[in-house]
Design a binder for this molecule. Structure first.
Ligand code: NAD
Length: 488
C-alpha cells in the first residue's frame, strides 16, 4: 500500500562523496517479521562505471598521503562508528535477523576495531633489503597501492566483513568500490554518512548497492579494477574467477567451510560443550567458521551427546531485539527452506534428529510469526558421505558422530572439499599439536573457538579460498611490490 511504501527506508549509492539515487530498487526484508522494510538500489553497469571513475580520480591524492595521515582518518572513522554503535547494532540486527546482543558485542565492535587495527598496523610495516657485497649491490623492496579495489561481501556479518576489506584497502592507499550483499546493505549505507566527517576524501570509498549478478559482476568485469577481494560462497567465487580471468585480476577469495570439531575423550567437557554449542549455533550458525561436524571419541560419545542436546534445547529462539534471545532469524525464507531441507534429507537417510527442526515445537512472539526462525538442530548417526556431512549448510544445524582413533578422525575430518577452520579438544598437548598439524584447514583452534589475532593470516585451504587476510597478508594483497637493485 502507499502508506506502507512511504515508511520504507530507501538507500542510495555513495559515489564520489555524494549520495545518488538509482533508477530501480530491490526490496529488502526484515527477516524477523518477513516484511519488506527497505529498498536497495539495483545498480548496474552505469552506476559501477561512475563509482570506478570516482575511485580512479581520487587515487592520485589518496595514494600520495602518508600512512600516518591515512591512519588518523581511519581512527576518526572508527571513533564515529563507535559513537553510533547502538544505532548500527540495531540496524544490523533488523536487517540481518541476528540478535541485538550479537550485533552489539560482535559485529559493530569488530567493525570499529577493523579500522583501528589497520590504522595502527599500516604504520609498522617494513620492507626487505638484502646486500650482495661481491656484486656491489643492495636490493630492496618497495610497496605501493595498486589502484581501485573491488570489494564484495556477504550477508552474514555485513559491516564486520565489509570493513575488514575497506580498512586495509584504504590504509594501504588504494581507493575502493564496495558492494555489500543486497540482503544486508543498511549498515554500509550508514557508514557512508560518516566518511566525510572522518576526513575520507570524496571518491576514496564508493559503495554501490545491488545484486551479485548485476552489480557484483559489473565490478568484477570492470577493466579499471585490478583487484577483487571477495568473501562469500565457493560457487560465486568460481564465477568471479572466470569473469576476471580475461583481465588477470588479483583475487582474494574467502569462501565457505564445513568445519569439524574433534573431541577426544580427555577433553574438558565443561569447557568444550558450551563452546561447541556456540561454535555450532552462534549467529544462527551463519558464520563461515561455524562447526557443523562434531567428531566425538567413542568413550565419551553418549555422555557428550546427552549433555550437548540438553544444552542445545536451552537456546532461546525469538525476536532478535529481545536481549535474552540466543538465536535470531535466518537471512531469508529461501535460505531457511534450504537449511530445513538438509534436516529432511538426513531423516530420509536414517539419521536421528535429536532436537530442533521437526522434533521440537517452536513458539514465536505474535509479531514474529512470519519470520524465518528455526530451532538449533542436532543430528546424530549421519554417514560421512551424506550431504549433511559434506555440504555447507550455513544454519543452526550440527551433526554429531563417533570416532575411535586419532588416525581415523584426521582422515574423516579432512574428507570434505572445504578447509576453512577446525577445532580440537584434548588435554594432551602432544596430541593437540600433532592433530592441528595434519588437519587441512587454514585455522585450527584447540580448546577454544573464534579467538582471533588480526595480525595473523586468516583464510581457507581447498574450496575454502585462495589467499589470506590479516595485518601482513592484507598489506601484501592490497599493495604491489617491486624489487629495486642499486649498484654502488
Ligand atoms: P554469495 O556468494 O551468494 O554472495 C556474496 C557476495 O557476492 C554478495 O555481495 C553477492 O551479491 C555477491 N555476488 C553473488 N554473485 C556474484 C557474481 N556473479 N559476481 C560478483 N558478485 C556476486 O554468498 P552469501 O550467501 O552472501 O554468503 C554466505 C557464504 O559466504 C557462505 O558460503 C559462507 O561460508 C561464506 N563466508 C565466508 C567467509 C570467510 O571469511 N571465509 C566469511 C563469511 C561468509
Amino acid at each position: 500500500t502507499m502508506a506502507h511504501s512511504k515508511a520504507l527506508l530507501v538507500l542510495e549509492n555513495f559515489i564520489g562523496g555524494k549520495f545518488v539515487t538509482c533508477s530501480s530498487y530491490i526490496d529488502s526484508y526484515n527477516p524477523s517479521t518477513g516484511d519488506v522494510y527497505c529498498r536497495v538500489p539495483d545498480s548496474g553497469k552505469e552506476e559501477v562505471e561512475a563509482a570506478v571513475k570516482a575511485a580512479k580520480d581520487a587515487f592520485p591524492i589518496w595514494s600520495s598521503k602518508s600512512p600516518l595521515e591515512r591512519s588518523r582518518i581511519l581512527n576518526k572513522l572508527a571513533d564515529l562508528i563507535e559513537h553510533d554503535l547502538e544505532a548500527f547494532a540495531q540496524a544490523e540486527s533488523k536487517d540481518q535477523g541476528k540478535t541485538i546482543t550479537f550485533a552489539r558485542t560482535v559485529d559493530i565492535p569488530r567493525a570499529v576495531y577493523n579500522f583501528r587495527f589497520f590504522a595502527s598496523s599500516i604504520l609498522h610495516h617494513t620492507t626487505e633489503c638484502t646486500e650482495m657485497a661481491t656484486m656491489g649491490c643492495v636490493h630492496y623492496t618497495s610497496r605501493a597501492p595498486v589502484g581501485v579495489a573491488g570489494l564484495i561481501s556477504p550477508w552474514n556479518l555485513p559491516l564486520y566483513l565489509l570493513t575488514w576489506k575497506i580498512a586495509p584497502a584504504i590504509a594501504c592507499g588504494n581507493t575502493v568500490v564496495a558492494k555489500p550483499s543486497e540482503m544486508t546493505s543498511v549498515t554500509a549505507w550508514m557508514m557512508c554518512k560518516l566518511l566525510e566527517k572522518a576526513g575520507v576524501p570524496h571518491g576514496v570509498v564508493n559503495v554501490v548497492f545491488g545484486t551479485g549478478a548485476k552489480t557484483g559482476e559489473a565490478l568484477v568485469c570492470h577493466p579499471d579494477v585490478p583487484l577483487i577481494s571477495f568473501t562469500g560462497s565457493t560457487l560465486t567465487a568460481q564465477r568471479i574467477m572466470e569473469k576476471s580471468a580475461p583481465h588477470c585480476k588479483r583475487l582474494s577469495l574467502e569462501l565457505g567451510g564445513k568445519n569439524p570439531a574433534i573431541i577426544f575423550d580427555d577433553a574438558d567437557l565443561t569447557q568444550c560443550i558450551p563452546m561447541t554449542l556456540r561454535s555450532s549455533f552462534a549467529n544462527q550458525g551463519e558464520i563461515c567458521l561455524c562447526t557443523s561436524r562434531i567428531f566425538v571419541q567413542r568413550g565419551i560419545y553418549s555422555e557428550f551427546l546427552k549433555r550437548f542436546v540438553a544444552e542445545a534445547k536451552k537456546w532461546k529462539v525469538g525476536n532478535p531485539s529481545d536481549p535474552t534471545v540466543d538465536v535470531g532469524a535466518l537471512i531469508s525464507e529461501e535460505h531457511l527452506e534450504k537449511v530445513r531441507s538438509y534436516v529432511k534429507k538426513a531423516q530420509a537417510e536414517g539419521a536421528r534428529v535429536l532436537c530442533g527442526e521437526g522434533v521440537d515445537s517452536l513458539t514465536l512472539p505474535a509479531g514474529n510469526q512470519k519470520g524465518y526462525f528455526m530451532l538449533p538442530t542436532v543430528i546424530a548417526e549421519v554417514k560421512d558421505e551424506s550431504c549433511c556431512m559434506q555440504e555447507e549448510i550455513f544454519g543452526p544445524v550440527t551433526c554429531v558422530v563417533a570416532f575411535d582413533t586419532e588416525e581415523e578422525v584426521i582422515k574423516r575430518a579432512n574428507s570434505v572439499k572445504y578447509g576453512l577452520a577446525a577445532t580440537v579438544w584434548s588435554s594432551n598437548v602432544g596430541r593437540v599439536h600433532r592433530v592441528a598439524q595434519r588437519l587441512q584447514a587454514g585455522l585450527v583452534w584447540t580448546n577454544c573457538w573464534l579467538v582471533r589475532d588480526l595480525n595473523l593470516p586468516f583464510g581457507g585451504m581447498k574450496a575454502s579460498g585462495i589467499g589470506r587476510e590479516g595485518a601482513k597478508d592484507s598489506y601484501e594483497f592490497f599493495t604491489e611490490v617491486k624489487t629495486i637493485t642499486i649498484k654502488h
